[in-house]
Design a protein around this ligand. Structure first.
Ligand SMILES: Nc1nc2c(c(=O)[nH]1)N[C@H]1C(S)=C(S)[C@@H](COP(=O)(O)OP(=O)(O)OC[C@H]3O[C@@H](n4cnc5c(N)ncnc54)[C@H](O)[C@@H]3O)O[C@H]1N2
Ligand code: MOO
Length: 404
């Protein structure tokens, strides 16, 4: 049987980041930058005030105290956005707002709280040393400086910086487009009544949510009923606008495992048991050049297989540097059993305590137990050779739906 690591390496082997595209700035959060961003301006662009107050020559207010305030005539106002070149005449002041350009000749700002707030003339009762309350041109970013480097996973902070230097489009690796297609004639969408023998499709919905949480743009491609015609045409249709296709079900040993039968004729998908629990029946390959994962149908197995194999593949397509990750460890506070020779992904509840992270198993470990899965927030990884997990063991874990 293939090991988990071997299967992951096999799935990732031929995947490369999606070709870079230029997109509008507001759409770029969550994408990986493909081209450096160089600033065309200094930031701040000009010396400006960091306080609402009065622009002064520091030397003229040096002696100001509560008891002996310095009084200066106020010759005008500088609101933020005022662009004409102003000069501060000696022995005077100009009222200035936060973000407004400093007038020539002024070398400090006295914040309004340290004055009587006058508009004709102002009494200043505190000195403001030279440079006080001034934000200097270029102290944040210099014109020509590289402010964002290729490979950065863009978040709100990076969008703020790009916008600040005036960039409205970024060249990024796009979010992978994912189509999820569950298979099984027993499946009915939620919201529709169930006839005898039928169940609601949960995998389609769960995997769209998981793929979106992992940074993809996912859609449900519809339920494939167990006929070769339906499966074949829906799979081909899905490849038209997908960077990755996920199917669930129909891949074990059942007499109606149509996905397996159809894919043997179409594309390069290889079906293989993987030494893991749950999630043993796995398949991966391409169809019309589009990578395709066939995940097992049991809902827990499907979602867990997504975390273990599909999420890294999506990170590779998205150009992320962290395709595989160093996993954190937690202390087990209640033991459980694990099958020999298989890597177990145990549904657990992770709690961050003062003594560090701890984990305990949640409910049963059957791969149909969706309610217990919903109560878990991590998968604890039990090595292949371990058959009993004991209190006090330190084991690695994957946080479920931690986002991208
Ligand atoms: N003789 C064997 N039988 C099975 C084996 C095996 O090795 N030999 N493996 C078992 C394991 S482990 C798993 S996992 C499943 C995988 O089977 P399939 O991938 O072929 O999945 P199905 O048979 O189609 O479905 C399994 C189970 O999950 C339910 N299901 C399927 N799709 C959905 C969905 N979209 N939403 C909710 N539930 C779904 C389905 O009704 C079945 O109950 O095979 C075991 N059997
Ligand atoms: O391996 Mo299956 O995926 O346990 O239920």
């Amino acid at each position: 049987m293939r090991s988990v690591d071997e299967h992951l390496a096999h799935c990732l082997r031929d995947l490369v980041p999606l070709p870079a595209v230029e997109i509008p700035l507001p759409e770029a959060a969550g994408c990986v930058l493909a081209l450096d961003v160089v600033s065309g301006i200094d930031m701040p662009r000009f010396d400006n005030s960091s306080m609402d107050g009065y622009a002064v020559r520091a030397a003229e207010v040096e002696a100001a105290t509560e008891g002996r305030p310095v009084t200066l005539p106020v010759l005008g106002d500088i609101p933020a956005g005022r662009g004409d070149a102003l000069e501060l005449a000696p022995g005077t002041t100009l009222r200035i707002m936060t973000g407004a350009p400093m007038p020539a000749g002024a070398d400090a700002v006295v914040q309004v709280e340290w004055t009587d707030g006058g508009t004709e003339q102002v009494r200043i009762h505190c000195p403001s040393p030279s440079g006080k309350n001034i934000r200097r041109s270029g102290e944040d970013v210099r014109e020509g400086e590289t402010v964002l480097t290729a490979g950065t996973l863009l978040t709100a902070r990076h969008i703020a910086l790009a916008a600040s230097v005036g960039v409205d489009r970024l060249t990024v690796h796009p979010r992978p487009r994912v189509v999820v297609m569950p298979s099984g004639s027993e499946l009915v969408p939620p919201g529709k009544p169930l006839a005898p023998g039928q169940i609601h499709d949960s995998n389609g919905y769960a995997l769209v949510a998981a793929a979106n949480a992992a940074g993809a743009r996912a859609r449900h491609g519809g339920i494939m009923t167990d006929t070769p015609e339906a499966v074949g045409s829906m799979l081909e249709e899905a490849t038209r606008d997908a960077d990755l296709v996920i199917t669930t079900g129909g891949v074990s040993a059942g007499a109606y495992d149509t996905v397996k039968a159809v894919l043997r004729e179409l594309g390069t998908v290889e079906f293989t048991p993987v030494a893991m629990q749950p999630g043993k029946p796995q398949g991966f390959g391409t169809i019309k050049g589009v990578p395709l994962f066939t995940l097992p149908g049991n809902p827990v197995s499907a979602l867990l297989s997504f975390e273990v194999f599909v999420a890294p593949a999506l990170r590779r397509l998205a150009g992320r540097p962290d395709v595989t990750r160093e996993l954190p460890s937690a202390t087990v506070v209640e033991g459980w059993r694990s099958p020999p020779g298989r890597r177990q992904f145990a549904r657990c509840l992770l709690t961050i305590t003062a003594g560090g992270p701890t984990v305990r198993p949640v409910g049963g470990q059957g791969s149909h137990l969706v309610a217990d899965l919903a109560g878990a927030n991590c998968l604890v990884i039990v090595p292949e050779e371990t058959t009993a997990v004991s209190e006090g063991d330190e084991l690695p874990y994957i946080v479920l739906e931690s986002g991208s």
